[in-house]
Design a protein around this ligand. Structure first.
Ligand code: TYD
Length: 135
C-alpha cells in the first residue's frame, strides 16, 4: 500500500506559521465537509471503518495520534504529528486511530457530506469487498 502524505507549504516568519488548504490544489478533491476530533480520552481507539467512496485528508493540527491503515492486503501504522503534513486516505481503506495525545486536534477534510450508507463498519465485510475488488 502506498501511503500518500501531502506536504503543506508553511508560510512562516517571525510572527509564526500559517498553512492554507485549497480544494483541487494542495487538497486533491473538492472539499465538501470538514470535521475535527479533540478531547479524545486516554486509551481510546476509534475509526474502525472504511468508506466505499469517500476520500479524506487528515491533519494533526496540534499534538499527535497514530493511524492504522489497512487495504485488505497490508496494514501500515503511522504517526501524525505535524500540522504541515496531510495524510490522504483513499476509499476502501480500513482505518483505526489511537494513542491520541491529550492536546490532539485532528482535522479531517472530505470530498462528500456525511452519509452513513458510505461506511463499512464490519471488518469482515471490508476484507471480503477489498479482496473481490483486487481479484
Ligand atoms: P464516528 O463515525 O463514530 O467517528 P469515528 O469513526 O471517527 O470514530 O462518529 C461519531 C458520531 O458523529 C456518530 O454519531 C456520527 C457523527 N458524525 C456526524 O454526524 N458527522 C460527521 O461528519 C462524522 C464524521 C460523524
Amino acid at each position: 500500500m502506498q501511503i500518500k502524505f501531502i506536504q503543506l507549504q508553511k508560510h512562516g516568519d517571525e510572527r509564526g506559521s500559517l498553512v492554507s488548504l485549497e480544494e483541487q490544489k494542495n487538497i486533491p478533491f473538492p472539499i465538501k465537509r470538514v470535521y475535527y476530533l479533540f478531547g479524545t480520552k486516554e486509551g481510546v481507539r476509534r475509526g474502525f471503518h472504511a468508506h466505499k467512496t469517500l476520500k479524506q485528508v487528515a491533519i494533526s493540527l496540534r499534538g499527535s495520534c497514530r493511524f492504522l491503515l489497512d487495504d485488505g492486503k497490508e496494514k501500515i501504522e503511522l504517526l501524525l504529528d505535524n500540522p504541515a503534513q496531510g495524510l490522504l486516505i483513499e476509499s476502501m481503506i480500513w482505518r483505526e486511530m489511537y494513542d491520541f495525545s491529550d492536546d490532539c486536534v485532528l482535522l479531517v477534510l472530505t470530498d462528500d457530506y456525511y452519509d452513513e450508507s458510505d461506511y463499512i463498519r464490519s471488518y469482515e465485510e471490508f476484507t471480503n469487498q477489498a479482496v473481490s475488488a483486487i481479484s
